[in-house]
Ligand binder design. Structure first.
Ligand code: B4P
Length: 191
């Protein structure tokens, strides 16, 4: 089994690339953002509680996403590997993921970090707001908050992962196809 993290600030292309990469490498794609939005769409109690946090661009509590991911890992027995998209987002989520995988005889093999300029992140998210109507993409102040939350709470994971040799930076500027080729080249070495 080979397990990848796809990592980067909001708008860096994690979700966009994950769909294509999971198909190419036959991996199970686990996006905590998608799982949370599905709870909101379904109108569950959890979704109701999480929607205001997400609309402000804040992170939902660690335990909520950890529980969701654990259930998905157990449900996907026999897969070639996982592609974690938007998870982990804090160092404690990372430690929990390592524990979850370790208990099942797995590990994180590679952390692919998309590097994208600040102005380009804004441009992509504002454009998506027009197409998808996602509330967290509509307001520039919320986008700025998401980028700040990424810097303060999520980016520290990079140093944590650099120490165990799994950090792989990838240029996230350019067309979706160009970036897909760059990511595929890195991943091919593991599968
Ligand atoms: P996510 O769903 O993870 O959303 P995101 O960071 O905005 O990235 P996403 O993957 O959707 O977008 P992408 O860059 O592909 O999280 C949303 C919220 O959920 C968080 O703010 C938080 O509240 C909560 N959450 C999720 N996981 C959590 C966790 N683990 N812990 C706590 N809270 C959590 O694409 C953006 C746009 O750019 C798209 O429109 C795309 O078409 C476009 N694009 C992509 N690549 C492009 C390119 N190369 N050129 C031009 N446009 C491009």
């Amino acid at each position: 089994m080979v397990n990848f993290l796809i990592f980067g600030p909001p708008g860096s292309g994690k979700g966009t690339q994950s769909v294509k990469l999971a198909e190419k490498f036959n991996l199970v794609h686990l996006s905590t953002g998608d799982m949370l939005r599905a709870e909101i769409t379904a109108g569950t109690e959890l979704g109701k509680k999480m929607s205001s946090i997400m609309a402000k661009g804040e992170l939902v509590p660690d335990e909520v996403v950890i529980e969701m991911i654990a259930a998905k890992i157990d449900a996907a027995k026999g897969t070639a590997g996982f592609l974690f998209d938007g998870f982990p987002r804090t160092v404690s989520q990372t430690i929990e993921l390592e524990k979850m995988l370790g208990k099942r005889g797995m590990k994180i093999d590679s952390m692919l970090v998309l590097d994208v300029e600040h102005d380009e992140l804004f441009k992509r998210l504002i454009l998506r707001a027009e197409l998808s109507g996602r509330p967290d993409d509509k307001d520039p102040a919320v986008i700025e908050n998401r980028i700040n939350v990424y810097k303060s709470k999520t980016e520290p994971i990079i140093n944590y992962c650099r120490e165990n040799g799994i950090y792989q930076p990838v240029n996230g500027m350019g067309t979706v196809d160009d970036i897909f080729v760059r990511l595929s080249d890195k991943m091919r070495k593991f599968v």
